[in-house]
Design a binder for this molecule. Structure first.
Ligand code: C2E
Ligand code: MG
Ligand code: MG
Length: 562
């Protein structure tokens, strides 16, 4: 086995200990021989006797050489040891810190927290543990690249350190997460809360990352072993303290981010449920448990069925039919929304190919998918694969997409429209789209959020809002769909306000693929199943769709590119 530099240094130091032994022995010998030789030498100098014994003189000179040699080696040894101490300290520091931000790393954080807990046991003071996570950090990495992501981490670490008391060590246990442990005065957790609030606020100022700047927020979780009643800290160990702060941080994330939460036992149950849902969603995706339901879209003036909005449902073997409001955001968080959406769109294309060609299909797209630069390519691939004419497809994006990355959204919308797909702005009125965004983004349709529509019968204010949206739509040449029509009176009011497409429970609840087929069959709007067409008819049918797709994707001389 080859020797490490440290082994070599150790070996050398050991040899030098032998050198020190030799030097010491030489000094003793020097005293002995010197005692015998030097008086003879002095007497011979004064002419009082014979010269010293030559053998002893040689021995004395040898002794002197040995003393000098031994002393020099000893000095080298002490220098060597000092150097080793410095090297060891550097190695220990490197092993204990995160080289990017100079914070403690995960391993040393656990050790340090255990030490703070130990100290707390001695002083009787409770310990607080705080976890801080950067919200949407992935977006900074995706938008500006990893070097800017690193710069953002360094900047956040510096801002946090500048606020923390000097004796508190900041750790970066991994990714975009920071943490620290501190002793608090008994019954004074509010000071920790104040501190954490200030830490969270430190992200309010944009991060300057060289030539770009980025905005972010922080979510935090606090746990303490401070007792709710009685005196003296709870006997929980450092590991539990860290876990609880994680649970509280996760709670902050789930409740809107940009906030902090103090751990409560109920949060643990919430996390367990969430983990179960995550596992269930991944498994459901593999087992194809996600299915499209469809909600009718009707021309409100004629009552004619003109299209369907596809709404995702999860047919979970354990939980029954689960609403998208529960699983979409989790699928986004765990990074499977793209795969989930593709599965659903494929099923919807298969279903809609059997409907009358005049009937449109709307699908909802998550803001996460709008950030995928390949999204429109993926969609085109699905259109081609299922021979689905792009002009029958409408993509619904929510207003919240618009403030994510307006440049990317703009090019995505342009690219989808160039393929012949229509794009509508969903839940309009609940977000923050500005008039200039509406003018430049070229949506094909506005969908008024159901919160304005369903309360139309109660408040005059809502009808004024709808009136204003109708004027806006007319001005921008965007047709309008009203969501959430629940009864005849709302429908009548809407009819008096303009000409819309409408949808809502008044026309029926969302239905599955078979129910839709039965409905269309009754209306005479179901095509003959492709499997029942002759091969020539199937070929002709495919060609029509193919032509549609080709016409849509061929370069257009007057196409918009941004
Ligand atoms: P959304 O796109 O605004 O869809 C309309 C929601 O309103 C649907 O809820 C629908 O069932 C409900 N709704 C329709 N008419 C009425 C009514 O008259 N009264 C009331 N109270 N509610 C009505 P659902 O199916 O639970 O979907 C909720 C949201 O989940 C959708 O809102 C959409 O944003 C999202 N979503 C659904 N499917 C998908 C999907 O495949 N992908 C993505 N990314 N999001 C989806
Ligand atoms: Mg929608
Ligand atoms: Mg909507």
């Amino acid at each position: 086995m080859s020797k490490t530099p440290d082994d070599k240094r150790l070996g050398k130091a050991e040899r030098d200990i032998v050198a020190l032994g030799i030097a010491t022995a030489a000094i003793i010998l020097f005293v002995g021989t010197g005692g015998a030789v030097l008086p003879d030498v002095m007497r011979s100098i004064w002419g009082q006797g014979e010269g010293p014994n030559l053998f002893l003189v040689n021995a004395l000179l040898l002794n002197i050489a040995l003393v000098i040699f031994g002393w020099r080696r000893y000095k080298e040894l002490t220098n060597e040891i000092a150097e080793r101490r410095v090297a060891q300290k550097t190695a220990q520091k490197l092993a204990a810190t995160d080289s990017l931000t100079d914070c403690l790393n995960r391993r040393s954080m656990a050790e340090f927290t255990a030490a703070v807990c130990q100290r707390g046991r001695l002083t009787g003071n409770p310990i607080a543990f705080v976890v801080i996570d950067i919200d949407n950090f992935k977006q900074i990495n995706d938008m500006h690249g990893h070097s800017k992501g690193d710069a953002a981490l360094i900047e956040i670490a510096n801002r946090l350190r500048a606020i923390l008391p000097n004796n508190v060590k900041l750790a970066r246990p991994g990714g975009d997460e920071f943490a620290f442990a501190m002793e608090v005065e008994i019954g004074d957790t509010s000071r920790v809360e104040e501190l954490v609030m200030r830490l969270c606020e430190s992200a309010n100022k944009p991060l300057e990352l060289g030539e770009v700047s980025a905005e972010t927020t922080l979510s935090a979780g606090i746990s303490t072993n401070s007792p709710l009643r009685g005196d003296g800290p709870d006997p929980i160990d450092a590991e539990t303290l860290i876990h609880r702060a994680d649970v509280a941080m996760y709670h902050s994330k789930k409740h809107g981010k940009n906030r902090y939460s103090l751990f409560e036992p109920a949060m643990e149950e919430e996390l367990r449920l969430r983990n179960e849902l995550e596992v269930g969603i991944r498994r459901g995706l593999e087992r194809r448990e996600f299915v499209p339901y469809y909600e009718q879209q009707v021309d409100i003036s004629t009552g004619e069925l003109v299209g369907f909005e596809m709404l995702a449902r999860w047919k979970s073997p354990q939980m029954g039919v689960v609403s998208p409001e529960i699983f979409i955001s989790i699928a986004e968080d765990i990074g499977v929304i793209g795969a989930l959406s593709e599965q659903l769109i494929e099923l919807a294309f298969q279903d809609a190919r059997e409907w009358d060609p005049s009937i449109t299909l709307s699908v909802n797209i998550s803001p996460v998918q709008m950030r995928d630069p390949w999204f429109s390519q993926k969609l085109l691939k699905l259109l081609v694969k299922h021979q689905f004419p792009p002009h029958r497809l409408e993509i619904e994006v929510t207003e919240s997409c618009l403030h994510d990355n307006i440049g990317m959204v703009r090019s995505m919308i342009a690219s989808l429209r160039n393929q012949g797909v229509k794009v509508s702005l969903d839940d309009f009125g609940t977000g923050y789209s500005s008039l200039s965004q509406l003018r430049t983004l070229k949506f094909d349709r506005l969908k008024i959020d159901r919160s304005f529509v369903s309360e139309l019968r109660d408040t005059e204010a809502n009808s004024k809002i709808i009136d204003a949206i109708v004027s806006l739509g007319n001005g921008l040449d965007m047709p309008i769909t009203a969501e959430g029509i629940e009864d005849e009176s709302v429908l009548d009011t809407l009819k008096s306000l303009g000409n819309f497409k409408g949808q809502g429970f008044h026309y029926g609840q969302p239905e599955d693929s078979d129910q839709v087929r039965a409905r269309l069959e009754k209306l005479g709007k179901l095509r003959v199943r492709r499997s029942k067409l002759s091969s020539d008819e199937q070929k002709a049918d495919s060609n029509v769709a193919q032509d549609d797709i080709l016409a849509a994707v061929e370069p257009k001389s007057n196409s918009t590119s941004g």
